[in-house]
Design a protein around this ligand. Structure first.
Ligand code: MOS
Length: 715
């Protein structure tokens, strides 16, 4: 069998290669591996927000039916790799190594039993005495962290170009407002879960994660092991959105429990335990000051953001990131402050920074447009940045003009009447608003191996993760095109630390990073085949090729990394989000019948999975705008709405039409496959676009998310 030249599969909206497994239940999640002799663990959590565990009474639990062990701060094994340099660590777990309580809901014990039900019952029998202290829970009154501890994702606390005060002094129009976003918690369908199984001194973890290698590194370090003593597998993850971007406490606790009872242990967080122990988006208080001439030219931009972290780590929501690069102005300043509260540590949450930050910046730009009586799109075009204003570097590519034009056209923006409360449909007030979307295009080093097998299938392996985005599918497409074979000849595998190392599936890096590696590996395999058998797969049979290789499968392993282009260009995706809302004039109910988007994300690998990414991001943006908010009791620090009945995310009835468009974009610089990633940009700009539409409908400016109806009524 020889291969004719194939039409490229990249870009086509092919179905997911794992679709059948997903819909038939064949795609196993971490907790679905039925290991023999498995025991079940349940985490016991603190019921105070600050203080110390004085005593844990485990007697009742230990004698309860089926209970095998109760791990507490008093009896847990001391882990050699925990403590010491922890302050510098990005992620500080709580692993029963000391008795300090940092937040309400913190893991302080683990009950292991023969069944999940017995473990749950046992966990409820554990009684804890605390030395309780008054928790710090109010971001407005808590002391600010020292400036040198404020490092947004490793970057600078502040940025300063030109002289903002001078720019404001010369401005004809000024906008100066404070916008807030609440604490939000990730709620993927699949809660965090681990199965830990020891084989002598080696450990295997079946883990629900976005980062198998980062879990491996952290768990190995905690136990004082080398990384090669720990294997982490994750073939399917049921959503993560940042909360599974790195290790927390439960992976190591599961391994501690497994070692204690000398059996494999399964540990699945409860939905309530998703609120606190595994991150969330912090509260932000953002002040945006804009100065502009009458013509709309921005003379100054200042954006400061105060967010909360926990008392364990210094995590900064990088909410001013987009303000440093989105609009051309000679005078731009940004700065962060951080406040420590007795809450769970915050972390990455879909488009960390840009999702919360674009709410503030793009709301302020809308306010400025009304002040100037200027069309909001025209204002943005007036201040279009043709180079990165912060670095001065050229963009690797930027199609934001085309995004505005395309989305405005598809939306029908030219029919908008600019006055607030000027559009109606029956009794409903109709509002049209827009905002800009943006997110960095990142790439990290990644490895891939590829093997031509005797049956003609090509085995491609990369230790990445499938978190629901379509990674199996797009990597199969990239591999197929690079080799020149149909997609069904590729068997793409991911999800094990025994495969070549790949970055965590965070920060929209996967398509660009793993994709570049897969492309490079298959190009190398093709060259190897060609060298061995001129004409390659087009004029030789697989049997022939393998025979010429001494009967052995042909294999290549490569490691692919970004180069000089990273220093030469500024790399970002951009987009535009146009929203129609309807607001009930008496009840202030806000509905979102339609959102139209256009994005430039480089090359679109699969039109169907890319569209799903944007639709998912927009849907979450609707939740961020109208529904999502974690309530924490100001006295006890307890997470009050820690379940899906009370923590509201959008359901189908909340989501109207989401009309997704992509601007064709050829980026020759960003990476060899021209891909920028589409995982996070979809949520950016959405909350502002909706809030701006609410203002247009009602004349009421909501600067605090979520846009709840009582806020619309009372403003
Ligand atoms: Mo994404 S919030 O970096 O998983």
């Amino acid at each position: 069998m020889t291969e004719p030249n194939r039409a490229p599969s990249i870009g086509l909206p092919i179905n997911r290669v794992d679709g059948r497994l997903k819909v038939t239940g064949g795609a196993r999640y971490a907790a679905e591996y039925p290991l023999p002799n498995m025991a079940h663990a349940v985490i016991v959590t603190s019921t105070i927000a600050k203080g110390h565990v004085k005593h844990v009474d485990t007697q009742a639990a230990e004698s309860a039916p089926g209970v095998l062990a109760v791990l507490t701060t008093q009896n847990a094994e001391r882990l050699p790799g925990v403590g010491g340099g922890q302050a510098a660590a990005m992620r500080v777990p709580t692993l029963l190594q000391d008795d300090e309580v940092h937040y309400n809901g913190q893991p302080i014990g683990v009950v292991v039993a023969d069944t999940f039900e017995h473990a749950m019952a046992g966990a409820q029998m554990v009684t804890v005495q605390y030395a309780e202290e008054k928790p710090v829970l109010d971001i407005n009154t808590a002391p600010k962290n020292p400036p040198d501890s404020v490092k947004p994702l490793g970057g600078a606390r502040s940025s300063k170009q030109g002289d903002v005060d001078a720019g404001l002094a010369q401005a004809a129009v000024r906008i100066d407002h404070t916008y807030t976003t609440p604490i939000e918690n990730h709620n993927p369908m699949e809660v965090h879960s681990t199965i830990a199984a020891w084989q002598g001194d080696s450990l295997t973890l079946y883990e629900s994660t976005q980062g198998i290698f980062s879990v491996r590194g952290s768990v190995a370090k905690n136990f004082g092991m080398t990384p090669d003593q720990v294997k982490v597998v994750s073939y399917f993850t049921g959503g993560g959105f940042g909360s599974k971007g790195g290790p927390w406490s439960h992976e190591t606790l599961a391994a501690m429990a497994a070692r204690r009872v000398n059996r494999p242990v399964k540990l699945v967080l409860t939905r309530r335990q998703m609120f606190g122990p595994v991150g969330g988006r912090p509260h932000t208080i953002q002040r945006v000051t804009l100065g502009a001439g009458r013509d709309g030219m921005l003379t100054a931009i200042r954006h400061t953001s105060t967010s909360n972290t926990s008392t364990l780590e210094n995590w900064v929501e990088p909410a001013t990131s987009q303000t440093r690069m989105l609009y051309a102005s000679p005078n731009i300043e940004t700065e962060y402050d951080l406040v420590r509260l007795n809450v769970g540590s915050p972390t990455f949450m879909r488009a960390p920074g840009e999702s919360s930050g674009t709410f503030a910046l793009e709301s302020a730009m809308d306010e400025l447009a009304y002040e100037l009586k200027m069309d909001p799109v025209a204002l943005r075009l007036k201040n279009y940045a043709d180079r990165d204003p912060e670095s001065g570097k050229p963009w690797s590519s930027k199609s934001l003009r085309e995004c505005y034009a395309m989305a405005a056209d598809k939306f029908g923006w030219s029919k908008r009447s600019p006055e607030p409360r000027s559009m109606r449909d029956g009794r409903w007030l109709v509002g049209w608003g827009m905002a800009t979307a943006t997110y960095p295009a990142r790439r990290q080093a990644a490895g891939t191996s590829a093997r031509l097998m005797p049956d003609g299938v090509v085995d491609v392996r990369a230790g990445s993760q499938e978190i629901g985005c379509g990674t199996y599918t797009v990597m199969s497409q990239i591999a197929a095109d690079a080799l020149g074979v149909p997609v069904d000849r590729i068997r793409f595998e991911l999800g094990s630390t025994e495969m070549p190392e790949n970055p965590a599936s965070t920060g929209s890096v996967t398509a660009a990073s793993t994709g570049s590696a897969v492309n490079e590996a298959l190009v190398a395999l093709k060259a190897k085949i060609e060298q061995l058998a001129p004409g390659g797969l087009a004029s030789n049979t697989v049997a022939d090729i393998i025979a010429r290789n001494g009967g052995q499968p042909l294999e290549v392993t490569i490691n692919s990394r970004p180069g000089q282009e990273q220093q030469q260009y500024s790399m970002h995706s951009f987009g535009a989000v146009f929203t129609e809302v309807r607001v009930d004039p008496d009840l202030a109910v806000v509905r979102v019948p339609r959102i139209v988007t256009a994005h430039g994300v480089g090359r679109v690998l699969n039109e169907k999975t890319a569209r799903s990414q944007i639709q998912g991001g927009v849907t979450w943006g609707i939740g961020m705008a109208l529904l999502e908010e974690t309530h924490i009791d100001p006295r006890s620090g307890r997470y009050l709405n820690a379940d899906l009945a009370e923590y509201h995310v959008p359901v189908n009835a909340d989501v109207g039409t989401i009309d997704v468009h992509f601007v064709e974009e050829h980026d020759p610089y960003v990476n060899p496959i021209g891909v920028k990633g589409a995982g996070e940009i979809g949520i950016t700009g959405v909350a502002a676009s909706i809030a701006n539409a609410v203002f247009h409908a009602t004349g009421k400016r909501i600067r605090d998310l979520p846009v709840r109806l009582e806020r619309v009524m009372s403003t």
